[in-house]
Design a protein around this ligand. Structure first.
Ligand SMILES: C[S@@+](CC[C@H](N)C(=O)[O-])C[C@H]1O[C@@H](n2cnc3c(N)ncnc32)[C@H](O)[C@@H]1O
Ligand SMILES: Nc1nc2[nH]cc(C(=O)O)c2c(=O)[nH]1
Ligand code: SF4
Ligand SMILES: [Mg+2]
Length: 214
């Protein structure tokens, strides 16, 4: 079964703990959510059909050890876990960016699963499947994309209540790009001793913020 692919490109990883490292991105088409500030709305419409082997070959051609599966929402396509397993089998370090609204259980835990818990300003708060916390390993990562004080308080309350009993080492507080004063966000994290890191989208600082990287 083929997959619907929006784009495959090579750039510096702009997000998560691997930010700054070279990475190949496989952006899958289509999404089940509609975040108000989404920077990748073109993934809803831009699509070519590719077989698993074609994708693996195209990724391999970049000669880069790290690959991220993103979208759109990768987990709406049933073949995504098979693509991840095929890339792991080839020896790639594989990252998955998901909105966490669908189960991560079918995804090999050798893949680093980065789950984004949507906050109120996105218009999609409540979409996160909290059952996914049960499947997380300590290598997986959680992010909250925050555009207001209300978003921050929403994130902080989930971190202090639902995340305390889970072995997650990397929790990211990410500003909605250009929407919130970074020094405010930094001060709130410090004040609350939140144990989360402030994560900026590096590619939007390095390159044109309307693009996805190089
Ligand atoms: C384009 S999404 C694709 C993966 C998945 N659909 C998700 O939302 O996690 C990748 C990441 O970019 C983040 N993102 C999208 N638009 C953004 C913006 N304007 N500012 C900051 N982060 C943004 C999303 O929240 C998500 O964490
Ligand atoms: N450079 C770069 N790094 C990224 N990390 C996560 C991205 C995404 O859109 O999921 C992304 C992206 O679009 N570009
Ligand atoms: S879930 Fe991800 S791709 Fe879908 S609309 Fe939200 S940010 Fe964009
Ligand atoms: Mg992006």
């Amino acid at each position: 079964m083929p997959l619907n692919i929006c784009e495959i490109f090579y750039s510096l990883q702009g997000e998560s703990t691997r930010a700054g490292l070279a990475c190949v991105f496989v952006r899958l088409s289509g999404c089940n959510l509609s975040c108000s500030w989404c920077d990748t709305t073109y993934a809803a419409t831009q699509s070519v059909s590719m077989t698993l082997n074609q994708i693996v070959d195209q990724v391999s051609a970049f000669e880069c050890p790290m690959v991220e599966i993103t979208g759109g929402e990768p987990l709406i396509q049933s073949q995504t876990p098979a693509l991840i397993s095929a890339l792991l089998e080839k020896g790639f370090q594989v990252l998955l960016e998901t909105n966490g609204s669908l189960s991560i259980a079918p995804v090999d835990p050798a893949c680093i699963r980065i789950m984004d818990v949507k906050c109120p300003l996105s218009g999609e708060a409540g979409s996160f499947l909290f059952d996914n916390f049960k499947h997380m390993t300590s290598r997986d990562e959680i992010k909250f994309v925050v555009g207001s004080r209300q978003d921050y308080e929403y994130a902080a309350s989930i971190i202090k209540t639902r995340l305390v009993s889970h072995p997650i080492e990397n929790i990211h507080i990410c500003p909605v790009f250009g929407r919130i004063e970074l020094s405010d966000l930094a001060a709130w994290i410090l004040e609350d001793r939140l144990g989360a890191r402030l994560s900026l989208q590096q590619h939007k600082i390095i390159w044109d913020p309307d693009l996805r990287g190089v």
